[in-house]
Design a protein around this ligand. Structure first.
Ligand code: ZN
Length: 240
């Protein structure tokens, strides 16, 4: 056989071997990817989802401070910080709203429908844990301090007490408020089938607290304490 053909055949053989090698590598890579996706899905299936509900929003500003700042904006700012922290630590989150966009026009807006929509969103998720973020308001300026309200079940009670204790010890040692069962009239905590707390981060009617609640630093501190409370609660709730 002429040397020329031998070289061509050898090259052809090498090329075929390389193609087979690359194909085998590609198939192996695909198989591993599918396996990894399945593994991740299985892991996620049982993993809790931190649902962060920034109270009010859109046409519903919630309480309004004397300087005109809206509760809904502070709720959103704290919620986004909590979401960022949770994401950074590798925890799954879902936000009931991520901005101040209006889902309906002013005339057709209904707070009740909005809350029904939020409860439905939570109840569709596998293994959710709800943190609803709000600010308090009182007709006089004296009252201050964060307070956690929890849904009427053991897991929510545990979560609520952990969060209240952490908020007091980390941010407000002089705060004498205790975590309490949420009134039945609070729609979200009464209509979700999961551990749920509503966090009143502070009073917009108290000047000092309002200034703190508006500051980036204090909002981050609140988010960090709530994140720590979630992490502290997770291993404990399995034993209830
Ligand atoms: Zn509110």
């Amino acid at each position: 056989m002429p040397v020329f053909y031998v070289i061509r055949l050898r090259n052809a053989g090498n090329a075929a071997a390389w193609i087979c090698f690359l194909l085998a590598g590609f198939i192996l890579f695909r198989a591993l990817s599918v396996f990894r996706v399945m593994q991740t899905a299985e892991l996620f299936a049982g993993e809790p989802v931190l649902v962060i509900d920034a109270g009010h929003g859109g046409f519903d500003g919630g309480a309004v401070a004397v300087n005109g700042v809206r509760e809904s904006d502070i709720n959103l700012a704290i919620s986004l910080k909590l979401d960022a922290l949770a994401g950074f630590l590798g925890h799954r989150t879902v936000l009931t709203r991520a901005d101040d966009s209006r889902r309906t026009d002013l005339l057709s807006y209904s707070e009740h429908e909005d809350l029904v929509h939020r409860a439905e969103l939570v109840n569709k998720l596998p293994n959710p844990v709800l943190f609803s973020i709000h600010q308090n308001y009182y007709p006089t300026t004296q009252p201050y301090g964060a307070q956690v309200l929890y849904a009427h079940d053991e897991r929510s009670t545990l979560l609520g007490k952990i969060a209240q204790s952490n908020l007091v010890s980390s941010l407000q040692p002089e705060n004498r408020r205790l975590a309490e069962p949420a009134p039945k009239s609070l729609f979200l905590t009464s209509h979700v089938n999961c551990p749920a707390i509503l966090v009143e981060c502070g009073f917009l009617s108290n000047y000092n607290e309002m200034e703190k609640l508006m500051s980036d630093t204090y909002q981050t501190a609140l988010a960090a304490v709530l994140m720590a409370s979630y992490l502290q609660y997770l291993p404990q709730h399995e034993h209830i």
